[in-house]
Design a protein around this ligand. Structure first.
Ligand SMILES: Nc1ncnc2c1ncn2[C@@H]1O[C@H](COP(=O)(O)OP(=O)(O)O)[C@@H](O)[C@H]1O
Ligand SMILES: [Mg+2]
Length: 225
């Protein structure tokens, strides 16, 4: 008990430190991205110079993503609980993702596994959970395949949402580390997506499970009570 209290205290301290660093980084990054955008419009660069400018933009946007993730991970925002219609909320998200050029020619399919229903949840934060899991699934498929988003009711009446992809799944040697903060196998990954999702789901009183699929994909199922 005492050990757990001490661990929570340490986590809170690390969180506060990370939030402070993330803030400073963001303060510096915003004017850099703004200026680069401006220069890119004004200067008509070509060849190697254009490539260098492109590199600055890409890296700025990667760092911005990292800072955003770090801020979400290190700070728990208060939950604003309301009635969220699962079907509508998921359909909106999937529609958006299926049009996202970053993921190439993937198909995103929503499969309803039960009567339509709603959950008591923080609309913005629960979307973040679904977005993080769906993004991982889409990234794993490398530009082609199908992401199936299923939802329905679990055995004890809780809402269950599943993200099943056609990708290669998680390598056996990575299984124990997947979901730990900062563990990533992606170039430019932050390794915070699953940790953030996990934390939000737990704060809603739910759980997250990972399932290995027969056809090699990975399934992620956050359950909500
Ligand atoms: N659907 C999936 N298929 C295969 N690997 C996955 C999937 N979801 C997560 N992973 C693994 O878990 C790691 C951590 O994911 P995450 O916490 O979202 O961080 P990131 O996406 O930045 O790497 C990923 O780098 C990847 O190795
Ligand atoms: Mg991710």
């Amino acid at each position: 008990m005492e050990r757990r209290a001490r661990r929570n205290e340490t986590l809170a301290e690390v969180g506060a430190l990370a939030a402070g660093i993330a803030h400073e980084l963001r303060n510096g990054l915003n004017p850099i991205s703004g200026s680069v955008e401006c220069l890119q419009r004004e200067l008509k660069l070509e060849g190697e110079n254009a490539q260098l400018m492109e590199l600055i933009t890409t890296e700025c946007s990667r760092l911005n993503g990292f800072v955003t993730d770090l801020l979400s991970y290190s700070r728990d925002r208060d939950l604003v609980i309301e009635n969220v219609d699962i079907e509508d909320h998921l359909a909106d998200l999937c529609e958006e993702l299926s049009r996202d050029p970053r993921f190439g020619r993937v198909t995103v399919r929503v499969e309803r596994g039960g009567p339509s229903g709603s959950v008591q949840a923080d609309r913005v934060q629960i979307r973040q959970v679904w977005l993080n899991l769906a993004t991982n699934a889409l990234e794993a498929m490398d530009g082609h395949g199908t992401l199936t988003v299923g939802w329905g009711e679990g055995e004890s009446g809780q809402a269950v949402v599943e993200f099943i992809d056609d990708g290669p799944g998680v390598a056996t040697e990575d299984l124990s580390r997947v979901g730990q903060p900062f563990f990533t196998t992606k170039q430019g990954g932050t390794g915070l997506g699953l940790a953030i999702a996990q934390r939000i789901v737990e704060r809603h009183g739910g759980t997250r499970e990972r399932r290995a699929q027969g056809r090699g994909g990975a399934g992620d199922a956050p359950r909500r009570r």
